[in-house]
Design a binder for this molecule. Structure first.
Ligand SMILES: C[S@@+](CC[C@H](N)C(=O)[O-])C[C@H]1O[C@@H](n2cnc3c(N)ncnc32)[C@H](O)[C@@H]1O
Length: 371
């Protein structure tokens, strides 16, 4: 696929291209995960580190948290159960990885208002610009708020780790099965454009092994970064649980349903035809390979409490009763319709979303496993 030449005003893309050239091999090849890393996260120029937030109706995409506050309320109900299972300690930390613009955090903090003194909200976002947004959003909140650079700064901790649409935004490797081996895909960086490339040097894929016997030309994405995040949770979460909410599938479903992989580029709430055309200026994401994430979690000693569709998780966390109460309290018919439509969107519009609940053995025993 040919990418269009850069326009003269494309300062951001030019800066991203300069960073890519600096890490490219002698033939201009950059593995896809390194390309995605620079395009999304290069300090000051990467997509997520722009001054303007990419999230929400004025941005490029929205998450479940932006649809209706009932999403945050349902998550908060589950956080309360996790807290009780962890022994109801004096202060319990909610550690949100990748809070973005802070919409989910603000909804959770609002839902905790009556009990604010017993909670602490910890923000972890690798993008300084988004961390500023989320912190500003929580300013003046009754719940104590702080930010840390990474989970390891918390040491072994008791709390609930929350990651909504974090893993899909991690740099991912793309690999193509050539009939006998997995071939590393990437990009070639030219003078003023980036094009897809298929001739990268082979790199080993860490545990777990990739499938073989798939159709020739099958592409799969794996994200060592996303898997590293789960390993970090396993290493530092002593009591509590982690809620991972994201779009993704099991590896067998990805192979069956997505022969060309799941890479997508989005801007202004539209899917872009060429994911290579606007590095730094478009969101890039891939579906979470949940088979790998679950295997890494198990290998790290975490117990899987549940893995289910987002709609099923929201149902178990009390969406129906909450919606009924919200409708009864709505000031007018227009608000009622708006909230009903939002709930419908959360239940049926996020079809590919899954919720993975993980806990260290100490807490897992005390959290009822949902059916
Ligand atoms: C798609 S946004 C998620 C927004 C938010 N969770 C929500 O539900 O609306 C992804 C966020 O994750 C952040 N991020 C990416 N990698 C991260 C990492 N390794 N640790 C912490 N934050 C990260 C990005 O900077 C961005 O703010």
């Amino acid at each position: 696929m040919a990418a269009p030449a850069l326009g003269p005003d494309s300062a951001r893309r030019r800066a991203v291209l300069d960073r890519l050239r600096a890490i490219a091999g002698p033939d201009g090849f950059v593995p896809f995960d390194r390309f995605m890393e620079v395009a999304l996260y290069a300090e000051g120029v990467g997509y997520y580190d722009r001054p303007r937030s990419p999230l929400g109706t004025d941005g490029d995409f929205y998450t479940a948290a932006h649809v209706d506050r009932i999403f945050a309320e349902c998550v908060t109900a589950r956080l309360g159960e996790i807290r009780r299972a962890a022994g109801d300690p004096g202060t319990f930390a909610i550690v949100e990885l990748g809070p973005g613009d802070g919409t989910l955090a603000a909804g959770i903090v609002a839902a905790l208002a009556d009990d604010a003194g017993r909670w602490e909200y910890v923000l972890v976002d690798r993008s300084p610009a988004r961390l500023r947004d989320a912190s500003a959003r929580l300013e003046g909140s009754a719940v104590g708020v702080r930010s840390v650079g990474s989970l390891s700064e918390l040491g072994p901790f008791a709390g609930a780790v929350l990651a909504d649409e974090l893993l899909d935004a991690q740099p991912a490797r793309r690999l193509r099965w050539d009939g006998s081996a997995w071939q590393e895909l990437g990009v070639r960086v030219g003078a003023d454009l980036v094009t897809p490339a298929e001739d990268g040097p082979a790199r080993p894929v860490p545990f777990p092994a990739l499938p073989t016997g798939v159709p020739v030309d099958q592409v799969v994405e794996v994200s060592p970064e996303a898997e590293g995040i789960v390993r970090e949770v396993a290493d530092h979460l002593a009591h509590g649980a982690a809620l991972i909410i994201d779009y993704g599938l099991e590896e067998s479903e990805l192979v069956r349903g997505h022969p060309a992989g799941t890479l997508s580029a989005v801007r202004g709430h539209r899917s872009l035809p060429d994911p290579y055309a606007d590095p730094g200026d478009a969101d890039l994401s891939t579906f979470v390979n949940f088979s790998r994430i679950r295997a890494v979690a198990r290998a790290g000693g975490l117990v899987e409490l549940s893995f289910r569709r987002q709609a099923d998780a929201l149902g178990a966390w009390g969406l129906a009763a909450r919606l009924e109460r919200a409708l009864a309290a709505a000031p007018d018919a227009a608000t009622r319709v708006k909230r009903q439509l939002a709930a419908k969107n959360l239940l049926f519009g996020f079809e590919q979303f899954r919720v993975l609940e993980l806990a260290p053995p100490s807490t897992a025993e005390r959290l009822a496993t949902p059916t």
